[in-house]
Unconditional design. Structure first.
Ligand SMILES: [Zn+2]
Length: 238
């Protein structure tokens, strides 16, 4: 299992690590700052740097076959560099910071949207360029009102933090689960919950800013009626 440093500190953009395995999909490390695609959030890109400065470009990060496995997927055409990687190789893992920071700002903004739209979520995608949330609802949504609501919550500078609760505690509070498609991970005995003080609380494994003020200027760029019971809200940076 890879030690998931990003779960405790989303603002950690580099770490030292040891290669534990190399397979057809990519590089496995004993610990990492690379977030694997999941919960709607895109996987990180970056580099694994050897002691002599040689760089392996990582194009994506994915979950492996086994729970807790993380695969650092190299960009194509790096066979010579890859040949220098083996179990035991020491590397420095660096993620592309500006891209991740956009993921963090958008991800926290989607939680603000959840607080503003009191309906279940049945789809979510968070990239560096846009974020979108699909709400299970038939009523129309107002673009300007939602943009103003997000701006108000950003301006109020609410602290954002995470904590771990037991599955028993989660079962006792079913209202915590807002999402219909992304259920909290089970079987590890504990669930990570993300709290935006006074605004939103829900299970989430993603990376977030530490205060809503860090989100900056985000606007609703589009509201789409995807089906009779689905309203899609798309967010963009100003
Ligand atoms: Zn989330």
């Amino acid at each position: 299992m890879t030690d998931e440093l990003f779960r405790e500190d989303a603002h950690l953009f580099a770490c030292d690590a040891t290669v534990t395995a190399l397979d057809a999909r990519g590089v496995h490390l004993d610990r990492t700052v690379f977030y694997p695609q999941g919960g709607g959030q895109a996987g990180d890109r970056g580099e694994l740097v050897l002691a002599d400065g040689t760089r392996l470009v990582i194009a994506d990060t994915r979950k492996g076959e086994q729970p807790g496995e993380i695969v650092h997927v190299p960009a194509a055409g790096q066979d010579e560099v890859l040949a220098r990687f083996a179990a035991g190789t020491q590397v420095q893992a660096h993620i592309e910071q500006s891209r991740r920071e956009r993921h963090m700002r958008f991800h926290t903004a989607t939680h603000l949207l959840c607080a503003l739209v009191p309906h279940a979520v049945n789809g979510c995608s968070i990239t560096a360029d846009y974020a979108r949330l699909d709400f299970h609802m038939s009523e129309p949504l107002d673009k300007e009102a939602l943009t103003a609501g997000i701006a108000r919550l950003v301006g109020e500078a609410h602290p954002v933090s995470h904590r771990w609760i037991s599955e028993a505690e989660l079962d006792a509070n079913p209202g915590l689960v807002r999402s219909m498609s992304v259920q909290p991970p089970r079987g590890q005995g504990r669930v990570r919950v993300l709290e935006i003080e006074g605004v939103d609380l829900q299970p989430c494994g993603g990376t977030h800013v530490a205060n809503t003020a860090e989100i900056g200027a985000v606007v609703v760029t589009k509201i789409e009626k995807k089906s009779a019971m689905t309203r899609r809200v798309v967010l963009g940076f100003v």
